[in-house]
Structure formats: structure tokens, C-alpha cells
Design a protein around this ligand. Sequence first.
Ligand code: AMP
Ligand code: MG
Length: 402
Amino acid sequence: MRSVGDHRAAVAALVPRRRTVDLPPEAAVGLPVARDVAAPISLPPFTNSAMDGYAVRAADAAAGAVLPVAFDVPAGRTDVPALPPGAACRIMTGAPVPDGADAIVPVERTDGGVERVRIDEAPEPGRFFRASGSDIEAGEVALHEGERIGPATVGLAAALGLRTVRVLAPLHVAVLSTGSELVEPGTPLLPGQIYESNAPMLASALREAGATAEVLRFVADHPDELLGRLAERLGAGDVDLVVTSGGVSAGAFEVVKEALASRGVEFAKVAMQPGMPQGCGTVGFDGGARVPFVTFPGNPVSALVSFEVFLRPALRAAMGLPDRSRRSARLAGPVDSIPGKRQYLRGRLTPEDDGTDSVSVIGGPGSHYLRWLAQADCLLDIPADVKHLAGGEAVDVIVLDH
Ligand code: AMP
Ligand code: MG
């Protein structure tokens, strides 16, 4: 049997590099910039006033001087004339400073006159000027490779007039469930049928981890149907990874195994519970590029635990994001574990007064107990060589915070 660590490494090796994509800045929040972007213009693009007041020549504007107001410059004026010597002009915050002016007198330091203005306090030259390029000069790096787009980056990109930014796209994963017993919600169940639940569950888990996911319509246990569904979708070359559920264990009609074992997916038993039957590899369709596949067992708990143990860490690492946090917790009661298999039990954490956590196992080990999985806020990670742990002993838990 393969160890959890070995299979995790095999899955991690399959996760491809992220594609680059040009997106409007506000659609790229959270994504890393793909490469340095130089500012196409300077900011501010023109020297403007930081205050509402009067633009003057400092030499004309001693305290007590009265100057004629030659014209007004509201924000947005695009045809600003030069300032005549000996005159002032009214100027608003963000409006372009006229040629000839070298100082701004804030309105509070004047009488606020409209045709003539009395200066109450002589201005310092250059004060209250926001010089062109004082924020960033055209040609300087505005967006740095690897930095994640946030609201302020969106603002900067927009101020620079950038309509799109090149970022690393999230990995895009197609999810496909298999099983002749599966039906869609809304259809009454016949005896022997169940509602398909793995694909929406895994797609949600993928999205929560930062990938994008699409659900392919599930297939019955017929290899041709499976291959047909995959060929139909994978031709476009825009799927980074396929996750399947079901059809990988040791019974008859193991559709994923039958269809993909000869096409490049390697199937292995991993020494863990739940989630022993696993597979991964790459598959080519119609001469297109080979697509990485990760195949999970169909039991819902096995499928989601497999995601948490194998795929989530690889995806998060590929996207430069931290994985789930782990911590040590004290067992609320004794636990038995299958020797030779690393066990992932569902648990609930309770904070204790001394700052530590205690953890209770909830539900049984059965891999179909979705209800308990839904109640769990952590997975206990019990090493393969452990058979029994007494209440009060420390265990490692993976915190499932959503
Ligand atoms: P399999 O791995 O295909 O042998 O399936 C193992 C168990 O999981 C069976 O009880 C299946 O009915 C169940 N199962 C498989 N796929 C799904 C699914 N997509 N949704 C819900 N249950 C499933
Ligand atoms: Mg099945």
C-alpha cells in the first residue's frame, strides 16, 4: 500500500502551473499579478492644487496684498490659460495649476473674494502643489509580479487607465461523478437509487479552496459513457484538472478504473481510512494536451476526506495560499484506530478554560455518514501505527474552518 505522503506527492506533481488571463482589475481581486506592469501615465497626470483657494505668484502675494481674480479653475477644466503677472485665479482641489503660478493660497487664508482677493498670509512657493508624477512617474512599476490584487490595487490600476490586468488565473477543475445508482435532485428515487451528492460537494470544496470548478453531468457505470463525457468537455483545452468520484475500488463495474487505467491513470491503495482506493495521472483526448486526473472513491466521506488530504494542499500550494491549519487537541474520550492505516476521523473541537482544545469524535467511521461530516469542524489525523488512544491524549487535528 502507498502511504498518504507518497500519494499526496503524486497528486501535487500533477497540479499544473496557472494560466495567465487578462481581467478587468475589479474582476481580479485576490489573484496575483502575472508580471510587472509599468505605469502608462504619471499620477497625478498634471500638477494640480491640493486645496480650494487661489493660485498666485508668491512674489505678488505678500500678506495684505489685494490681487485681481483673472479667472476660475474648477476641477475638470481642460483649457486653463497662463496666470497673468500680478493676478490670482480661483482654483479648486484637483484642478490644474495654471502656468505662471508657483503657490496656492488656501481660501481660509484670504477674504474669499470673487473679483478681487485679499491675501491674509503669504504663501510658501510650491506648497499645496500636487506635482505631476509625485505619486508615480510614467514607466515606473505600478503593479508588481506576484502581488495580489486588492481594492487599492484596483484603484491604482483604474487611476492609470488600465482596463485589464494580467493575473494568474485560478486553476479550473471539472468534477465528474460516476455511478448507475445516481439520479438528480427533483427526480423521485426508485429503490436502489440515490441522489448525486459528490460533485456539488467537491465543486464547493474546490471553490472554497480558491479554484474555479464546473460540474459535468454524471455518468452511469459504462466506460464508453465516461470517456464520451470527458472527450466532449476536454477538447477545448481550458480544464486544468479533472476530479472524478466513484468507480475506483475493487468491485465489478469500476468504471473509472476500467476506462482510465490503460490511458495513463495509476490506481493505488493508500494506507488510510476513509479513502483507500485512489488514482491519479494524466489522460490525453484526441491528440490534445494531456489533462491531469485525480480519482476519488465514491463514498461521500471518502471523497471529501480525499480532497482535504490530497488535493487541497496541492491546490493551495500551487496558488501560493496557506493550507488548513493544524493543531494539537486533547481527546475527550478513547479512540480505537485500524493499525496500518492513517485514520481521519470526524471531530468537534471545544475550547477549554486553559486555552487548549479538546476534541470529540462524532459519528462512526462509516464512509457514508454525511451528516456527521457536515457537523464536523475538524478531522482527527491518527497516525498509521496507532491502535488505541486514551481520553486526554493529544491528537493532531486539521481545522475545517469555512
Ligand atoms: P463507489 O466508489 O463507486 O464504489 O461508490 C461507493 C459508495 O459511494 C456507494 O455506496 C455509492 O452509491 C456511493 N456514491 C458513489 N458516488 C456517489 C455520488 N456521486 N454521490 C453520492 N454517493 C455516491
Ligand atoms: Mg460506483
